[in-house]
Design a protein around this ligand. Sequence first.
Ligand code: IPM
Ligand code: MG
Length: 380
Amino acid sequence: MNREEYIKASVESFEAILREQLSRTDRMKEGAKPESLADKEVITVGLIDGDGIGPIIMKEAEGLLKKLLEKDLASGRIIIKKIEGLTLENRLALGRSVPSDVLEEIKSCDVLLKGPTATPKGGTMESANVTLRRELDLYANVRPVYVPEKDIDWTFFRENTEGEYVLGSRGVEVGEDMAVDFKVITDPGTERIARAAFEFAKNNGKTSVSIVTKANIMKKTDGKFSEVCHRVAADYPGIKAEDWYVDIMAANLVNPLIRSQFQVFVLPNLYGDIITDEAAEIQGGVGTAGSANTGDRYAMFEAIHGTAPRMIEDGLQDYVNPMSIFKASEMMLRHIGRQAEAERLKAVLDKAQGDDAPKVTGFREGATIGELVGYIFENL
Ligand code: IPM
Ligand code: MG
């Protein structure tokens, strides 16, 4: 193709993208109202192993859930369904980030607990996470980071369905020397994540929400994000809404003099991705933080970390840290209205982070996953 042809092809693909994104915006405006799972007769929990260390941590999470939910499982109020086929091999063989039969199975559940899934670098195959977040419309990625001894109690509300991710696999190469990606921010997409953040703040006695953008540079998209957040904030008079740029926020989180003042954060997708890894590291590593992806119909709970292929290559299977998926399990229990079970799990997980518990470090010097899980069961 010559330059003019490249431009023409790019403009055509951009036009298609704009139409599709405007329809998505319309659908969000018509959006369904949330259902409460707590009152549902039967709740189906789907378990997805994932890749790499996924099956290792999911096996332990399943054991823990079966123990905690013993009564509900026996009475049939909760059903556990194992979802097979969301493996990298299967996805590559079928050329689908989430094969359609697997997606159907997933949609027959109410909530999901998922191990990490691998994403091939480059190419056009979308990350399974991104596909699932979109297909199930899981717009709120909620990531708590809690370090009482450092006076840190943060809850991040990362927008999970748009921003830099929604068209992340749909950018265009305009000739050989240039590539363009797209970032999309919409009013209804921002409004719903902002509302989730402010509602959480209100219901949990928080007094401030930090809006994290780079609106001085990404003027249109981040500008809209901040503006919509402030519009929502007007409905919550007791809660202070403060703008912060993402670069200085990255610095603030490692500044012990000011970081304790932050409570709730609301961020566009990519900044949320990056900042929550940083925050998890402050808590003790990405292996320690749980993550909830919630929408109005479905919710998916997962570990914040990836598949750790190097641990498998180095034969470190026995030293994998299951804490992140356990925290995600706790969030799931709360979401399905099993507060007592969640509290029971929380108590033992807090204890398992204390000095007397086996310390899993991810290295041979540390404790094994078996030792930690044994300790957890003993103290449950
Ligand atoms: C996360 C992960 C994912 C993301 C990857 C696996 C696509 O890093 O959940 O934060 O970038 O959102
Ligand atoms: Mg991430």
